[in-house]
Design a protein. Structure first.
Length: 550
């Protein structure tokens, strides 16, 4: 069976009972079944139904002229070509159009049913086949071809009919229910989305948990980064969700510690203190130390070592007491699955990029193996509400697809913390800056400062001697009147510990990670110079290798 098709004048399209592996020329969807194509050109594959579309169509949305079928791709770059009147998009699909009026309808939009059932409304919704401006009662945005419930005078976009009645957000324990009446919201509730920390107009649709006064924008609740995948059929049948199963495992794992006590001392107050332990992250026993160690880093959180901490007498390994007591598993509002504490990154190079602050790290990570998701220790400790000395109001975790500028460093990020009272925002990198720190041999500690130390109009960093932005946070020694950029005090890689050794298959001895040197040694794997920011070396063998060559 053959047909002559407008898309290809040279040859007829030949029928094939079962076509696999190609996309339809008309709708760009995969073909899995009956089709038409040109067997001579081996192109122009169509679903049978798409190939047999009528060339001419009378449509109620444009009754004065017939609409003619054509391929939208031929006019895609033409600035005079108007978008589909229903979806207001270009999709590169077969389209019915009137060239006299520059009126166009995608084939799928032209064949939409007159009446549909939707979870967003209790009555059937009828499509109004007339182009008319209206404001959607669900999303509050303008449209031009509505779905209408005449009895309720309820009018919405076609796209808004697909919102589910209930959705589960990662950062909330209960289901959120679709609401489009401000009368259903508790009067005490803050009119801010708990996911993006932006204002919610409760005159239109939103998702809401009445038990907790939890409000979320429609799109925020449906965003893949915020939405928890729940099989509603399983829940209706009494089966546990993946989230509940993970919470059960999490509860069981909380009792299992990350270390074994080897020696115990009893203090003057009668409290037992673990003096010597075996931690799962290290091969040797660790001893409790109460002395101050200068220029030493914790191997867990990578922050400066302060007493009390545990130390290995055989090697350069340190852990804060608080890092020793970290739970093996935990949940975090940034991720849908439970996270597992790993002593080193779960990758070949033993380093990872934190998915919260974006910084490279080689300390402990809270990892999700399913999603290749990592949180460094500092970011894992922050919950969804943050009280920070740098701002007078509480800050709320904001996960949004839109970037926002951090008030501390002015860097744009899509997730961080926002104030619902004012325009203050803070990214994870600045939210986890240490309040106090030391710099090399400087005798006094530096304090994180949030306002300019004077009104002189001249602001410089005393380390790099470059100008500072007075509106950005900095470190300051008040004893010496010594201001400095955070990056100059903490270094380019504050969450990284150099000099740590790891064992790899490519070399018989442990390899130590170091920063780049002026020598530019040749990599023994690829032969290129080791001019990266850091690489691995074996001093005894004069062996060097790039991190990406491991």
């Amino acid at each position: 069976m053959e047909i002559q098709h407008f898309c290809h004048d040279e040859h007829p399209l030949v029928f094939n009972e079962d076509e696999r592996g190609h996309r339809c020329w008309a709708c760009n969807e995969p073909i899995l079944g009956p089709s038409y194509s040109c067997i001579k050109c081996e192109r122009y594959y169509h679903h049978k139904s798409c190939a047999e579309l009528p060339r001419e169509l009378q449509h109620p949305l444009h009754p004065k002229h017939p609409l003619i079928l054509f391929n939208e791709m031929n006019f895609f770059k033409d600035k005079k070509y108007s978008k589909c009147e229903v979806c207001r998009q270009y999709r590169g699909q077969y389209t019915y159009g009137c060239s006299l009026c520059n009126f166009n309808l995608h084939n799928k939009c032209a064949s939409l049913p007159l009446t549909i059932k939707s979870e967003v409304h209790e009555h059937p919704l009828t499509r109004i086949w007339r182009s008319m401006k209206f404001t959607c009662d669900l999303c509050g945005k303008e449209g031009n071809v509505p779905y209408l419930c005449v009895s309720c005078n309820f009018c919405i976009h076609k796209s808004c009919t697909s919102y589910p009645h209930s959705v589960k957000a990662i950062r909330h324990d209960h289901f959120l229910h679709l609401t489009y009446s401000s009368l259903e919201v508790h009067q005490s509730v803050s009119q801010f989305c708990q996911l993006c920390v932006q204002k919610v107009d409760t005159d239109y649709g939103f998702y809401y948990c009445s038990s907790c006064n939890f409000v979320a924008h429609l799109d925020c609740a449906m965003d893949e980064e915020n939405k928890e995948g729940i099989n509603l059929m399983k829940l209706k049948n009494g089966e546990s969700s993946e989230s509940e199963n993970e919470n059960s495992e999490l509860d069981e794992s909380n009792d299992s510690t990350t270390y074994i006590v080897k020696k115990i001392n009893v203090g003057e107050d009668g409290i037992e203190i673990a003096k010597e332990i075996k931690h799962f992250s290290h091969e040797h026993d660790l001893k409790l130390i109460d002395e101050v160690e200068n220029n030493k880093q914790c191997d867990g959180c990578l922050r400066a070592i302060l007493p009390p901490f545990y130390s290995c007498v055989k090697c350069n390994f340190f852990l804060h007491k608080s890092c020793v007591e970290l739970p093996k598993k935990k949940r975090h509002p940034l991720h849908r699955h439970s996270l597992t504490l790993l002593p080193k990154a779960a990758c070949r190079t033993m380093l990872f990029w934190c998915d919260a602050c974006g910084q490279i790290c080689n300390g402990f990570t809270y990892n999700c193996n399913k999603c290749d998701f990592d949180l460094d220790v500092q970011c894992s400790l922050i919950s969804d509400i943050l009280a920070h000395k740098g701002h007078e109001h509480c800050l709320h975790l904001s996960s949004t697809r839109y970037s926002q500028n951090c008030s501390s460093c002015n860097f744009e990020r899509s997730q961080g913390f926002r104030c619902i009272t004012c325009e203050f925002a803070l990214d994870f990198k600045c939210a986890t800056l240490p309040y106090t720190t030391r710099y090399k041999q400087h005798e006094h500690p530096f304090i994180l400062s949030y306002v300019a130390e004077d009104d002189s109009g001249e602001y410089y960093c005393d380390i790099c001697e470059e100008e500072r932005d007075p509106n950005q946070w900095f470190y300051y020694c008040a004893y010496c009147n010594y201001p400095a950029h955070p990056k100059c005090i903490l270094g380019k890689y504050p969450n990284f510990k150099f000099g740590v050794s790891y064992t790899f298959d490519c070399h018989p001895h442990p390899l130590t990670i170091i920063q780049k040197t002026k020598d530019h040694h040749a990599c023994h794997r690829c032969g290129g110079p080791c001019d990266e920011e850091f690489f691995y070396q074996c001093v005894s063998c004069n062996f060097y290798v790039h991190t990406y060559c491991l």
